[in-house]
Ligand binder design. Structure first.
Ligand code: SF4
Length: 297
């Protein structure tokens, strides 16, 4: 069995930045309670590792309640935050730390400019995803488009179309085509971030891949998109969170196995998967390793 790592894969700059900010915040406020509004990046092991630094992840669904009843430092995640929630936290006396990714902020800025130019915004994204929620909170003239069905959208004289940064290139091009047919005058700006498109392209470029492991949290949109793209390319794909989920029945001596990981997957977890697979290739034994949470961040 041959084992390869897909390149590029794993952490993107926005995730590295958010985790660095969280650790720095703990050093800056050693004695203060520190919370994160929702998962700082979509990976449960990162949230657990932060908990060891006494940085607690709050459920986004009940955020307002937490802002009313707790206090200290609140970190907003890489996915961006609704400006009114940030203002609310400041009004309540919280120390606010914003770990929004620059690419997310850039998309928000473009949307704000187009709103000022009287465009109606069609935003292609995932319902309830924090990045989409932050964008939708900007104005009621922003309409969420989730799939190719755009029958609920009205005609507007000026339409600007853009998208969540972690969408799949394939899925997006079908939706954009539909919108172009129905709104030939629409202005379209693809905002898939560089990290997402590079990781997706690396999957499309795979040759002789018999089995692909996509390591990541199922909550991570970019991780799910990597798995979808691979499946659509006809690649046998397994989405796993850790090496413990490798099924020996999928492995055999004569196959090429590749490993990729989402932009929010700790490198430590992907390395474990690679190590297990390489050991199996060398010895025929599939070892399982415990996860040392101290090595996640
Ligand atoms: S996936 Fe892209 S937009 Fe999201 S945090 Fe990473 S670099 Fe930023």
């Amino acid at each position: 069995m041959n084992v390869f790592q897909v390149s590029p894969s794993g952490y993107c700059k926005g995730v590295v930045n958010a985790i660095t900010i969280a650790k720095k915040t703990r050093r800056q406020y050693p004695d203060s309670p520190i919370y994160v509004a929702g998962m700082i990046v979509h990976n449960v092991y990162v949230a657990e590792a932060l908990k060891k630094l006494d940085i607690i992840t709050l459920e986004r669904e009940n955020l307002k309640q937490y802002l009313d009843t707790l206090g200290g430092v609140i970190i907003f995640s890489a996915h961006g935050i609704a400006p009114k929630i940030k203002e609310y936290a400041l009004d309540k006396g919280w120390i606010v730390v914003d770990a929004s990714c620059v690419d997310v902020l850039y998309t928000q800025q473009i949307i704000k400019e187009k709103l000022e130019e009287d465009y109606e915004i069609f935003y292609i994204g995932k319902k309830n995803h924090p990045e989409a929620e932050a964008v939708l909170s900007l104005c009621e003239r922003i309409h969420l488009v989730e799939n190719e069905d755009i029958s609920n959208l009205k005609q507007y004289p000026k339409v600007f179309v853009t998208n969540q940064t972690t969408m799949s290139v394939n899925e997006l091009s079908d939706i954009y085509l539909n919108i172009q047919n129905q709104y030939p005058h629409a202005l379209i700006q693809n905002e898939i971030c560089h990290a997402t498109s590079q990781r997706q392209q690396a999957i499309k470029d795979l040759k002789d891949c018999d089995l692909l492991y996509v390591v990541g949290d199922p909550h991570s949109n970019n991780t799910r998109q990597l798995a979808n793209i691979a499946s659509n390319c006809g690649i046998k794909t397994r989405m796993i969170e850790t090496a413990k989920e490798i099924d020996i029945n999928d492995l055999s001596a004569d196959i090429n196995v590749y490993v990729t990981s989402g932009a929010s997957t700790p490198p430590y977890l992907s390395r474990q998967v690679l190590q297990c697979l390489k050991e199996y290739a060398d010895t025929g034994i599939l070892n399982t390793y415990e996860i040392d949470i101290n090595k996640i961040l």
